[in-house]
Design a binder for this molecule. Structure first.
Ligand code: DP6
Length: 330
């Protein structure tokens, strides 16, 4: 038996940064994102005697997985089996072979882990008996926290929950993809800062003196963000998303060791965008994850100006996505 599935990344509006349990990726707080409609990652999962994983670049050439990547994929598979056993849903092969085809261009600076682990959760889930979407989001979370949110389309909340059980934290949809047609114009500055991966970064968040205050703020921000989405109030969304993004980067920068993900270029683009939206009254907001890449989220009326601005940036790669439907089998 083999299963094919597809998924995409998501962009967080309220950021996930720190876990209460690193092993199970149980987040310290809620978060919220918009699922993108591209670029896609596809997988084929087949029954196999032993676990193997092969990965392919957008041009179809084989991509050699590092030891760390292979181990992470296998560990995820074992945690998935454990959870399915716990809920009595396991009609599952002893092991599997994976074929992962990513359309995420290397130069785009979009983390592929959300798309990869949500698509694997989708495929694994279809081997099991009657899984809910919530269960699939839990399977995705076991590989990458943010992957949980790519299981749903549209706007998606990650519920931190309480306790230390595998199923304690999951994602749920706030509004479907046809609720509000927003875009993400992604500007990747050529100058790449040295990066610490998110998994290592999450573990450092608690060393920041700003971390506790951030935890206290998130419930209110999450609530405001959900309201802004339901009411399609872009100004409200912009205020809360930018505040939370800058707050996360302040936590990152003040942790030990300090994580400086933003570059001079990032700050210049932010200033330009603030000026542009005041001048042209545009519904556009900026947000950045663990890297210098700037995501400009905008509505359809702002799209031509935001797109034009992005394409005038020298030495930057520009990538466009809109709101998507989340992971699904093919
Ligand atoms: C800054 O989900 O990539 O993008 O569970 O270690 O894979 P792992 O972490 P990951 O963390 C995402 C961090 C972020 C914010 C976000 O997407 O909410």
């Amino acid at each position: 038996m083999s299963v094919r599935a597809v998924s995409t990344p998501n962009i967080a509006l309220i950021k996930y940064w720190s876990n209460r349990n690193e092993e199970l990726r149980l987040p310290a707080a809620d978060s919220l994102s918009m699922t993108l409609d591209r670029p896609t990652v596809e997988v084929v999962v087949e029954y196999a005697e032993r676990f193997t994983a092969r990965s392919f670049e957008p041009d179809g050439t084989a991509r050699i997985l590092t030891d760390k990547e292979s181990k992470r994929l296998e560990k995820h598979f074992l945690l998935v089996k454990k959870y399915l056993d716990t809920i009595g849903a396991a009609v599952f092969p002893a092991s599997v072979s994976l074929e992962i085809r990513s359309k995420i261009p290397k130069s785009v600076g979009l983390a592929s882990s959300a798309a990869v682990f949500s698509v694997l959760a989708e495929a694994y889930g279809s081997f099991a008996k009657k899984l809910s979407r919530r269960d699939v989001s839990i399977l995705a979370r076991l590989g990458s926290g943010s992957a949980s949110r790519s299981v749903f389309g549209g706007f998606v909340a990650m519920i931190a929950g309480e306790g230390e059980t595998i199923g304690a934290s999951y994602a749920e949809q706030v509004a479907p993809e046809n609720h509000w047609k927003l875009w993400d114009i992604i500007i990747v500055p050529s100058h790449k800062e040295k990066e610490t991966g998110s998994t290592e970064g999450h573990a450092l968040a608690r060393t920041s003196p700003l971390f506790e205050a951030r935890l206290r703020e998130i419930p209110n921000r999450q609530k405001m963000c959900i309201e802004a989405i339901r009411q399609k109030d872009f100004e409200k969304l912009q205020r809360v998303a930018e505040e939370d993004c800058l707050d996360m980067h302040a936590v990152m920068a003040s942790s030990t060791p300090s994580l400086q993900y933003l570059s001079e270029e990032t700050h210049r683009i932010i200033r330009d965008v603030e000026e542009l939206r005041t001048r042209e009254h545009l519904a556009v907001l900026y947000t950045m994850d663990a890297g210098p890449t700037v995501h400009l989220i905008c509505d359809e009326s702002a799209l031509p100006s935001v797109r034009a601005y992005a394409h005038t940036q020298k030495d930057c790669t520009v990538f466009e996505a809109s709101i998507g439907r989340g992971s699904h089998t093919l």
